[in-house]
Design a protein around this ligand. Structure first.
Ligand code: GDP
Ligand code: IMO
Ligand code: MG
Length: 423
């Protein structure tokens, strides 16, 4: 069976840490979508590691890590990351597998991403500029090159053909940055990529499932950045929700068992787009400072705000979340009072649903307030020792989203996580 860990907000919920924590219970960890726009942080031997392409189970010697066909792969990022994890003694020959249907991010995809964002001006998405949108456009436009194509003698010819197409688009954008160095790095990294385990991902994973091996699918981005259900057009270019597991790995829906949804105890967003509970005030700044809310991929300051239960309930619904993992609870330790949004007021009408267009009409979040717990919690290891005010906060969340919060993460460290009994 396949369990899934994915983000329920706008990304950076702490998926990397959580996948690393649970990976010990699984034999296969698989990324099913996204690319190097992801930045998943985990701590190994007290050293901070940020993974962009490799699944977050890579530090568990007993686990196999698969980059699935739904991912878009930048060979340059992958190569750099392989160097990093090898320094920790990870045997990539044994531990890392890449699906041959995975689409490649080319240097011109990165250039196109940059050119398209520049052209958007004030309407820019706030893309990570890693080439994600253009690479997925070439996939759905049936132009893209895949990892399996690297084995063909004609790869370079196919590359040149596609590059010419891209050049015309770049000319249209009046984009004339020199990308020769990116191309040199790309071809060096491609030579490295060809030395890794390239497999037919769908047969590979279904064989593992057939053998009774436990598979964990790792989401990137978050549900509110999903191409269909997120805050379009301020989203990423893939299906980040649990449905993406099926087409991103080639597994049937009946094979999916638990869907672990990861949510912060508050909200953040990086890049442009609607964010109803955003706090452009001292509280938002405090959340950013205490939570070290700066992008793991781009270093940009993250926008911060109170927990949005309308969005969380929606994310649980579209994902079929079976249990929620609440991260960064410790970040709220110092706050006198907390708030959680339980509804939106739009054009004078109250709703608890995500509207079609979140920017067209101003959204006024409706809040329920709580007393903070106002005590340090990051050293707590037992549910019984958690402050009552935190338990009340969790209980309130359960009642609003209809899915139990089963774990509370109270620090970035590997073992800073508390299981809740649900009593
Ligand atoms: P991801 O993209 O979902 O994997 O999340 P990121 O790695 O981008 O951002 C999460 C950040 O919060 C990282 O710096 C983590 O080390 C950190 N983090 C994760 N869980 C916790 C937690 O429970 N408490 C605190 N204080 N930090 C956490
Ligand atoms: P992880 O996996 C947070 C955001 C970007 C931008 C929008 C589109 O670490 O949670 P893209 O590069 O995909 O074209 O950007 O999506 N975004 C993320 N925000 N965490 C991420 O990944 C993100 N990946 C993309 O900031 O607003
Ligand atoms: Mg991240």
């Amino acid at each position: 069976m396949v369990d899934v860990i994915l983000g329920l907000q706008w990304g950076d919920e702490g998926k990397g840490k959580i996948v690393d924590y649970f990976a010990k219970d699984y034999e296969v960890i698989a990324r099913f979508q996204g690319g190097p726009n992801a930045g998943h942080t985990l701590y190994v031997e007290d050293k901070k590691i940020v993974l962009h392409q490799i699944p977050s189970g890579v530090f568990h010697q007993g686990a196999i890590n698969l980059i699935g066909n739904g991912v878009v792969l930048d060979p340059v990022t992958l190569r750099r990351e392989c160097d990093t994890v090898s320094q920790f003694g990870v045997d990539l020959k044994k531990n890392l597998f890449i699906a041959e249907r995975t689409h490649l991010i080319l240097p011109t995809h990165r250039a196109l991403d940059k050119a398209a964002e520049l052209a958007k001006g004030n309407d820019k998405i706030g893309s990570t500029l890693k080439g994600i949108g253009p690479a997925y456009m070439d996939k759905t436009g049936r132009n893209g090159l895949r990892v399996g194509d690297l084995m063909n003698k004609s790869f370079t010819t196919a590359y040149i053909k596609l590059r010419l197409k891209h050049q015309k688009l770049l000319d249209n954008f009046n984009f004339n940055e020199d990308i020769t160095q990116w191309e040199e790095e790309f071809f060096e990294a491609v030579d490295f990529l060809k030395t890794l385990n390239i497999v037919n991902g769908e047969y590979f994973i279904n064989k593992k499932i057939g053998e009774g091996k436990r598979v964990l699918a790792e989401g990137a981005q978050g549900s509110m950045l999903d191409i269909d259900f997120g805050t379009f057009p301020f989203v990423t270019s893939s299906n980040t929700i649990s449905a993406g597991v099926c087409n991103g790995l080639g597994v049937a829906p009946q094979k999916i068992r638990d869907v672990f949804g990861v949510s912060k105890a508050y909200c953040t967003r990086v890049g442009s787009g609607p964010f109803p509970t955003e706090l452009n005030n001292g509280i938002g700044a405090e959340l950013r400072q205490v939570g070290s809310e700066f992008g793991a991929t781009t270093g940009r300051p993250r926008r911060c705000g109170w927990l949005d239960l309308v969005a969380l309930q929606y994310a649980c619904m579209i994902n079929g979340v079976t249990q929620v993992i609440m991260t960064k609870a410790d970040v709220l330790d110092g706050f006198e009072n907390l708030s959680a949004c339980t509804g939106y007021k739009i054009d004078g009408k109250e709703t608890n649903q995500i509207p079609f267009q979140m920017l067209r009409h101003p959204i006024q979040p409706l809040y329920t307030s709580f007393k903070g717990w106002h005590q340090p919690t990051s050293n707590i290891t037992e549910e019984n020792d958690l402050p009552q005010a935190m338990k009340d906060y969790v209980q309130f969340i359960n009642s609003k989203i209809g899915v139990p919060v089963r774990y509370v993460s109270n620090g970035p460290g590997r073992d800073q996580i508390i299981t809740l009994s649900g009593k």
